[in-house]
Design a protein around this ligand. Sequence first.
Ligand SMILES: NC(=O)c1ccc[n+]([C@@H]2O[C@H](COP(=O)([O-])OP(=O)(O)OC[C@H]3O[C@@H](n4cnc5c(N)ncnc54)[C@H](O)[C@@H]3O)[C@@H](O)[C@H]2O)c1
Length: 320
Amino acid sequence: MTIKKVGIIGIGNVGRHVMLDLVNQGIPDEIVLVDLKDEKSRCEATDINAGMAYMPNRVKVYAGTYEDLADASLIVTSFGKIELTSVGNDRNGEMPFTIDAARKVGAKLKACGFHGVLIDITNPCDVISHKLAEILGLPRGRVFGTGTGLDTARLLYRLSADSGVDQRSITAYMLGEHGVAVFAPLSVVSFHGVPLAELAKDNPKLRYSQKAISKAIFDDAWAVCDVKHCTEHGIAATAARMAKVVLNDEKTIMPASAPLDGEYGEKAVFAGVPCLLGKDGIERILELPLTPDEKAVFHDCCESIRQNIAKAETFGEYKA
Ligand SMILES: NC(=O)c1ccc[n+]([C@@H]2O[C@H](COP(=O)([O-])OP(=O)(O)OC[C@H]3O[C@@H](n4cnc5c(N)ncnc54)[C@H](O)[C@@H]3O)[C@@H](O)[C@H]2O)c1
């Protein structure tokens, strides 16, 4: 019998919500919590175990070490310092801290011999996913980011509210960076095969412009951050869904931050695109039939991420 063991590294707002979603949905058998501050992972484990008697699934949750992560099937990284994003509402504000942390976390994971699938949440998500993949050196696709998975869920929510159709009957994507350089290609939005333009004929709410809807989705995130200084539920649901797909080898298509190597004409970059997810992580990258204008916007997004990847290299050890 194989035990489904998941590690979470960084048990702040996001990490503890990922833990809760994994337990409530009974996705793994075992969860190892690791944080820079041992007392945080210990307290979160004690707190969730206090409620296990009333939870729908019995999952073993404990604070552990990198040695405990060596044989994990899957690791979710959610380390960070969220207060650094509040300066100018910029996910890149965290980069000097998170790129240094990624180097340290990546080196420890490599040293302990971890060889499963890693899903990165830490921001800037595409840059950190790229760095962790580079350090771990696992087969392509084994390390990826939640990327535009969350942005896409936000888009689906809006499309559902405006059309009255359940999110699960809609195909739509946010592509590019989990950050500023992200957009919604409207040409590929469909309602189980019926194009958006068709439904928009008798529903004026669905007559979006690409720029306006992309900005609205971006603003939705910061409206939450302005009040609660973090987002946690949407991203936890996104990561838990990806974890379930990987652990159960579901072969589901979801947007994720993927290592592009020629797809969409892009190289040397991680960016949010539709991916086939299964036991090996990203098992295939799917290329959408974008219009020439959408292709150009996607290229600009990738350029922006590549610039951030290069910028990350200019940061040394983080000093508070
Ligand atoms: N990709 C997305 O869609 C998305 C959405 C929301 C948040 N985020 C990102 O997720 C990360 C976590 O957000 P949060 O609100 O939980 O932050 P937080 O500041 O509440 O928690 C971060 C945790 O990471 C720990 N940590 C820091 N450095 C570490 C290291 N080297 N090793 C282990 N643990 C370490 C901290 O002690 C802390 O407990 C941030 O980078 C945030 O920007 C991403």
